[in-house]
Ligand binder design. Structure first.
Ligand code: ZN
Ligand code: ZN
Length: 215
């Protein structure tokens, strides 16, 4: 199943992408699922129903939490997180609560992630392809994954319909709910799609965790 793990709706002040657009057009962009990761809020839960929609699209709620030491996509059995936590404190809280964290665009020139958080495995999943990053920024993030032996995912970081699905992650197990997504992220059964380069078609990054059985 092809999921865009990093999508902003108009609940993020910087995004023009509406929930209606996401649900209507995600399938046409080759997506089976979309994670709503607005900046520092899960307010989407007040205006939308999480889970598989009538058209088959799976919509899952998380958030993108900003810290001084980097931004994190968070998915967990929580509906909000107290703001202002330091990165290490936040990551320990997410882990202890049974959730999972992804370092968002860790090597972006602005809002980069403190490298030690990855090195010390406080966060074990890195967004090595971010649809809004430059190619060198994504390349550097991928090199962290090799060096520190952490998993990699892709997300578009869409703030507009044209960006939705431009980067995505393939899951090797069916995902119908937030708990399915968290389980798959924890057990590593996914492959990050490589970013498209000019004259290139999008393909998966080879994974040491086995071959994709069910694209
Ligand atoms: Zn934004
Ligand atoms: Zn974002």
């Amino acid at each position: 199943m092809r999921f865009d793990l990093h999508v902003h709706t108009t609940l993020s002040s910087c995004s023009q992408l509406t929930l209606e657009e996401i649900v209507s057009f995600a399938g046409a962009k080759g997506l089976d699922g979309v994670c709503i990761t607005d900046h520092d809020t899960m307010a989407v839960r007040q205006v939308f129903k999480e889970g598989v929609q009538d058209n088959g699209l799976c919509v899952i709620f998380g958030l993108e939490y900003a810290t001084e030491e980097g931004d994190f996509l968070l998915f967990g059995p929580f509906e909000e997180i107290r703001p202002g936590l330091a990165a290490a404190e936040l990551l320990r809280y997410v882990e202890a609560s049974g959730g999972v964290a992804v370092a968002a665009h860790p090597c972006r020139r602005t809002r980069s992630t403190r490298e030690n958080l990855i090195k010390d495995h406080l966060c074990r999943i890195v967004e090595s392809v971010n649809g809004r990053n430059s190619h060198p920024e994504n390349k550097q993030a991928a090199s962290w994954c090799q060096r520190y032996n952490v998993s990699q995912v892709s997300g578009s970081d869409a703030h507009a319909l044209s960006e939705l699905g431009m980067a995505a992650t393939r899951f090797h197990e069916p995902i119908h709910s937030r708990s399915d997504l968290i389980r798959s992220l924890k057990n590593g059964s996914f492959t990050a799609e490589r970013a498209a380069e000019e004259g290139d078609t999008v393909t998966g990054i080879p994974s040491s965790r086995g071959h994709e059985a069910n694209p």
